[in-house]
Design a protein. Structure first.
Length: 242
């Protein structure tokens, strides 16, 4: 088998925000599936600047990795700003990021991943795509209940039943911490892919791309930036350890 031959003949749809995790998931899917499309959502997020990173990332990946270029299909961007209108969170409003009384950070947008995956499944059904790939993670996360493995397994069953068509939900980062996510992107695309992630992805909750760090662009202080920084430092440390 040629190294350019996909491992899996199925067609996939990647939930692609423009952040680090979804970019690693896109690379993972391109290395695996015969055909890959992407979908993003404008839900009134404070860091809406992430949406401008998406086409740049797609172009950078196809230019740097021609073996994947032929597998990357259409991009879909859905307007779900109604979600921001009914939310009361620090991710959709200009407010201080802090813990809520229920023990969850106020960056939690109730129902966000459930809604995203339901819309993604509808698009996938129409496009003849049977695999959904998403970057939810239960190892390095903020306690969001819709990132838990059990939630997503239950949703996979519900989507398959509701569409009357098998729908596989893949979460390749589910049991990885951020250092391992950096290691995975390095394994998939080497320094070239990690350079693309550092330069073009956006994870900062505040939408700040004015400050450059070794791990990428962001405010450097919000939970998303802190998590990304610690993971990058841990990954580099692991590289130095014999």
């Amino acid at each position: 088998m040629s190294p350019h031959t996909p491992q899996d003949p199925r067609r996939a749809l990647v939930l692609f925000s423009g952040g680090q995790d979804s970019t690693v998931c896109l690379a993972w899917a391109l290395s695996r599936y015969a055909h890959v499309e992407t979908i993003g959502f404008n839900y009134g997020q404070r860091h809406v600047i992430e949406l401008t990173c998406r086409p740049v990332l797609r172009e950078a990946i196809t230019a740097q990795f021609p073996q994947w270029a032929g597998r990357l299909g259409e991009d879909h961007l859905l307007d779900l700003r109604v979600l921001g209108q009914i939310s009361d969170t620090a991710l959709t409003d200009d407010r201080k990021i802090e813990m809520s009384a229920n023990g969850l950070p106020n960056t939690f947008v109730p129902g966000r991943n459930l809604i995203f995956l339901s819309f993604a499944a509808a698009v996938a059904y129409r496009r003849g795509l049977s695999v959904l790939v998403a970057g939810m993670c239960e190892t390095d996360y903020s306690g969001y209940p819709d990132c838990r493995d059990n939630t997503l397994k239950a949703l996979q069953v519900a989507l398959s039943l509701g569409m009357d068509s098998p729908m596989t939900l893949e979460t390749p980062l589910m049991w990885l911490d951020k250092a391992q996510t950096w290691a995975l992107s390095n394994a998939l695309g080497g320094a070239e892919l990690n350079d693309i992630i550092q330069e073009h992805t956006h994870s900062c909750y505040l939408g700040d791309r004015s400050k450059r760090h070794s791990w990428g662009l962001g405010c450097g202080q919000c939970p998303a930036c802190e998590l990304r920084q610690k993971g990058h430092e841990a990954w580099l440390k692991n590289l130095e350890t014999p």
